[in-house]
Design a protein around this ligand. Structure first.
Ligand code: PLP
Length: 404
C-alpha cells in the first residue's frame, strides 16, 4: 500500500511521482547525426545539392515507393500533394476530423472544400463507410490519416477511390515505418505524406515529403516545390530556347528543404528501425498495464496493422469517474507527466466554425475527443520513465474512480 504522502495527488499538494517533467515526445540526435550535418556545412552545397537527392532516394526505398519529393515541412507536403491531385475551387476532399489541422488546411489552400467523415469508434481511424456516405459529384480526393501511427484500412479506401475515380493522399505523418497487411506505409496510396518534425519518427528539424509511384504526380510535386518553375525539356511549353531557359507554368511556392536538413534526415533514417522497435516495446508495456484498468479504453488494433506508434492515446470512460478529462489531465501534469491532447476535431476550431461547420457533424470523433489524453512516447524513454507514467495513471485514476 502507498502511504498517505505518496497516494495524495500532487495537484492536492502530495508528492509528485516524478521530480522533473517527462515530455510527451522528443527527438533523438546523436554524434553521427551531428557529424553528417557538419560534413554538409563544409561541402559545396547547403541547399539544392546532393543530400536532398540522397535523402529522397533512401526515403523512397525505405517505404517501398518509386519517387520521393522532400519539402520544407509536412504541411507543405500535403499542400503539394493537393496541388498534384489537381484540387481546386469547387472540389470536395474527404478527410477525418481526428487529426492535426494541416490535413484539412491543405484542401483550403487549394480552394477546395474539406468534408469530414466520422471515425470508427473502435479503431479511431476514418470509417470507410462514412467516406462512402460523403461522396458527391464534386468529390475529387480522400485524405485518410493514420492516427497515432496505425494505418487506415487502405484497401477499403482504395476500393472506394477506384469506384468513384478519386485520388488518395495518405497522411502518414504519424506512421513512418508502419505496415498494413505486410506492405509498408508509403507503398499503399496514390501519394503518401510524411513529416519530420522533431516529435515524429525521424527529424530534419522541420521537414516533410511526399512519396508516390506515379511519375506524372512526381513531376507536379517537383514543380510545386520550386515556384511552379521547370527547366525539364520534356515539360517546357517552348523547347526551342537556349539551355538556360526556364518557364513558370503554375503558381508554386518555395517549399525547398536544405541539404543541411537532408543530411540529418538521411542519418536519422538509418535509425528508423531501432526507433520504431523501441516505440513498440513501450506501447506493449503501456497496453498491458492499461488494459487492466476498466476506466480506460484503448485503441483497437486490427490484426492486419503493424503500427509504428507516433502517439499513445488513452480514452477515459468518463461515466466511471468523478472527474472530467481535464481534471485528470491536470492531475497527471502535476505528477510531472507531460501529457498532451491529440486532437480537437478540426471542424470545432473557431476558424472552421466560421466556415459553417457545426458541432455534431462527426459524433464518434466528438465522443472520443471528450475522453482522450496522449501519454509520453519517444524512443529514448527509459524503463523507469514508463513505470512513472503507469504509476501516475494508476494513482490519478484511483483517486477519481467512482466508488460503488
Ligand atoms: C505533424 C503532422 C503533419 C505535418 O506537420 P508539419 O509540422 O507541417 O511537418 C500533418 N498531419 C498530421 C496528422 C501531423 O501530425
Amino acid at each position: 500500500m502507498l502511504n498517505d504522502k505518496e497516494s495524495q495527488l500532487a495537484i492536492h499538494k502530495g508528492r509528485p511521482v516524478r521530480d522533473s517533467l517527462l515530455p510527451y515526445g522528443k527527438q533523438y540526435i546523436d554524434d553521427d547525426d551531428i557529424a553528417a550535418v557538419v560534413a554538409t556545412l563544409k561541402s559545396d552545397f547547403v541547399t539544392c545539392g546532393p543530400m536532398v537527392d540522397a535523402f529522397e532516394k533512401n526515403l523512397a526505398k525505405s517505404v517501398g515507393a518509386k519517387f520521393a519529393v522532400a519539402v520544407s515541412n509536412g504541411t507543405a507536403a500535403l499542400h503539394a500533394a493537393c496541388f498534384a491531385a489537381g484540387i481546386k475551387e469547387g472540389d470536395e476532399v474527404i478527410t477525418t476530423p481526428m487529426t492535426f489541422a494541416a490535413s484539412a488546411n491543405c484542401i483550403l489552400y487549394c480552394g477546395g472544400t474539406p468534408v469530414f467523415a466520422d471515425i470508427d469508434s473502435k479503431t479511431w481511424n476514418i470509417d470507410p463507410k462514412e467516406i462512402e456516405n460523403k461522396i458527391t459529384s464534386k468529390t475529387k480526393a480522400i485524405i485518410p490519416v493514420d492516427y497515432t501511427g496505425m494505418p487506415v484500412d487502405i484497401d477499403a479506401i482504395n476500393r472506394i477511390a477506384l469506384k468513384h475515380n478519386l485520388i488518395v493522399i495518405q497522411d502518414s505523418a504519424h506512421s513512418l515505418g508502419a505496415s498494413y497487411k505486410g506492405k509498408r506505409v508509403g507503398s499503399l496510396a496514390d501519394m503518401t505524406e510524411f513529416s519530420f518534425h522533431p516529435v515524429k519518427h525521424i527529424t530534419t528539424g522541420e521537414g516533410g515529403a511526399v512519396v508516390t509511384d506515379n511519375e506524372e504526380l512526381y513531376k507536379k510535386l517537383l514543380l510545386f516545390r520550386t515556384h511552379g518553375i521547370t527547366r525539364d525539356l520534356a515539360l517546357l511549353e517552348d523547347n526551342t530556347q537556349s539551355s538556360w531557359y526556364y518557364e513558370q507554368q503554375h503558381l508554386g511556392y518555395n517549399y525547398r528543404i536544405t541539404d543541411i536538413q537532408c543530411a540529418l534526415g538521411n542519418s536519422q533514417l538509418g535509425k528508423l528501425n531501432g526507433f520504431v522497435k523501441r516505440r513498440r516495446e513501450i506501447v506493449n508495456k503501456y497496453r498491458l498495464a492499461y488494459s487492466k484498468i476498466k476506466e480506460i479504453t484503448l485503441q483497437d488494433i486490427p490484426d492486419y496493422c503493424d503500427s509504428s506508434w507516433h502517439l499513445f492515446v488513452i480514452k477515459l470512460n468518463i461515466k466511471m469517474l468523478n472527474g472530467s478529462r481535464n481534471d485528470i489531465f491536470d492531475a497527471l501534469r502535476a505528477e510531472n507527466i507531460g501529457v498532451n491532447m491529440h486532437y480537437i476535431p478540426v471542424y470545432l476550431h473557431p476558424y472552421y466554425s466560421k466556415l459553417d461547420y457545426k458541432k455534431g457533424l462527426c459524433p464518434n470523433a466528438e465522443e472520443l475527443y471528450e475522453g482522450i489524453i496522449s501519454l509520453p512516447l519517444f524512443p529514448t524513454m527509459k524503463d523507469e520513465d514508463i513505470e512513472d507514467v503507469i504509476k501516475s495513471v494508476e494513482k490519478v485514476i484511483r483517486f477519481y474512480r467512482k466508488k460503488i
